[in-house]
Design a binder for this molecule. Structure first.
Ligand code: SR1
Ligand code: MG
Length: 399
């Protein structure tokens, strides 16, 4: 890592000229730092006509939203680039294209997505992209099936698990998802009015055991190469198109973690909508979110089963009925991890716009309360929800 230096805008332009893969590199003249996430520098590179042409992203050696007191591995840039390169192989239509990356500088150049918008920013306005949830289900099925034991040779799978060992980023998830919200931790962040509810999570024996089991599977179940952080802020949408970005948490883990994170973020939006838009609009948008949840799971599961039928390589995993049995476990995991995403985004440190943008304090507290309660319900019910219709019925019941 000795070559590492933090890029200035001028460095980013020079780098894009060299590695951006564009026909007229001398036309690149300026850069704008647009990183609004928790971790990295992100530069949009413009040409002399003011058109953005590529993006340069560099990992900082610490957590950007906290500062240098929280150091963080630069290897996450390699893991992000390599995860996206793998996912692009299997689902190019829904994965951002990595044009170049350099492990020493912890930097990558990627396709410009200026004509797209961050899905979360659209969801908080109540704007629907009717194809997005099916596209996300397709992305999840293609990337997770093609990096799983259903298709990889056992030697290749083990080599891939080793290539994507990601201990520091996984530790963030292990702490923020499964530890902090269920303990009295200084990183937690919720209104004082919710203290009795949050304290009740800490003292709920069945919940703590269910969360321990989810954490244990996050440690132990190397089922597929996950995106690892597939929330609605890691997804760009445009009319008829969707692209996943930001895969620095990529590692081999339980498939239900990715599916549950994706669904969980739609449900955070579902819980926040009454505080974000007018009542009639909120009711319609909430129905759309439930339809989105249905579409994600039904697209994901149907495509995964089809791929398993057509492409499974081994005799044992290819035995008729096994893929269906496996997906029943993924379904239970999906519901459980979805519940942990709801709780970590409301009790833990990483809050999201779906709640933060609610101006009325009492309303925001109620929306947070509903999300925490829904999260707990889902974690506790995870093994007993028959199918996606039953899930939606439970979400409606939860209020
Ligand atoms: C310290 S990083 C906090 C969160 O931001 C990322 O986007 C991940 O979701 C992580 O959990
Ligand atoms: Mg991210």
């Amino acid at each position: 890592m000795s070559q590492y230096r933090t890029f200035t805008a001028a460095d980013a332009v020079e780098y894009a000229k060299r590695y951006g893969g564009i026909d007229d590199p001398s036309a690149l003249v300026s850069a704008e730092e647009i990183g609004d996430g928790n971790l990295n520098l992100v530069f949009k590179i413009y040409d002399n006509q003011g058109v953005s042409r590529v993006v340069v992203k560099q990992a900082l050696p610490y957590v950007r939203c906290v500062g240098e007191s929280w150091p963080l591995t630069l290897d996450r840039a390699r893991l992000e680039a390599q995860t996206l390169v793998e996912h692009y192989k299997y689902c190019p239509q829904h994965t951002v294209q990595i044009i170049h990356y350099d492990a020493d500088l912890a930097v990558m150049v990627m396709e410009d997505l200026s004509h797209y918008r961050i899905w979360r920013s659209e969801l908080v306005k109540g704007v629907r992209y009717p194809e997005a949830s099916r596209q996300l289900g397709e992305y999840l099925a293609q990337t997770l099936f093609h990096t799983s034991d259903f298709i990889l040779h056992p030697h290749q799978k083990k080599a891939e698990v080793a290539r994507f060992i990601n201990p520091e980023m996984c530790e963030i998830t292990e702490d923020l998802f499964f530890n902090d919200p269920y303990n009295d931790h200084q990183r937690n962040n919720y209104p004082a009015a919710l203290e009795p509810l949050v304290a009740s999570l800490r003292h709920d024996n069945a919940l703590r055991i269910a969360v321990a089991a989810l954490k244990h599977r996050f440690f132990a179940n190397a089922e597929a190469l996950l995106h690892g952080d597939i929330h609605s802020g890691s997804i760009f949408v445009a009319e008829g198109s969707l692209k996943a970005i930001d895969a620095e948490f990529g590692y081999f883990g339980p498939i239900g973690f990715d599916v549950g994170t994706a669904i969980g973020n739609l449900l955070i939006n579902y819980c926040g909508l009454p505080g974000l838009v007018a009542p009639r609009e909120a009711a319609d948008a909430r129905e759309q979110r439930l339809a989105d949840v249905h579409d994600i799971w039904s697209t994901f599961s149907a495509r995964f089963l089809q791929l398993a039928k057509e492409k499974t390589t081994g005799i044992a995993l290819g035995y008729p009925g096994y893929a269906q049995a496996f997906l029943r476990k993924v379904w239970a995991d999906t519901i459980g991890y979805c519940g942990t995403e709801l709780i970590r985004r409301t009790v833990g440190m990483s809050h999201v716009a779906d709640m933060k943008l609610i101006k009325d304090v009492a309303m925001r507290t109620e929306c947070l309360r509903n999300a925490i309660t829904l999260g707990r319900t889902l974690i506790l019910a995870a093994d007993h929800v028959e199918d996606v219709d039953a899930l939606i019925a439970r979400i409606r019941q939860a209020g």
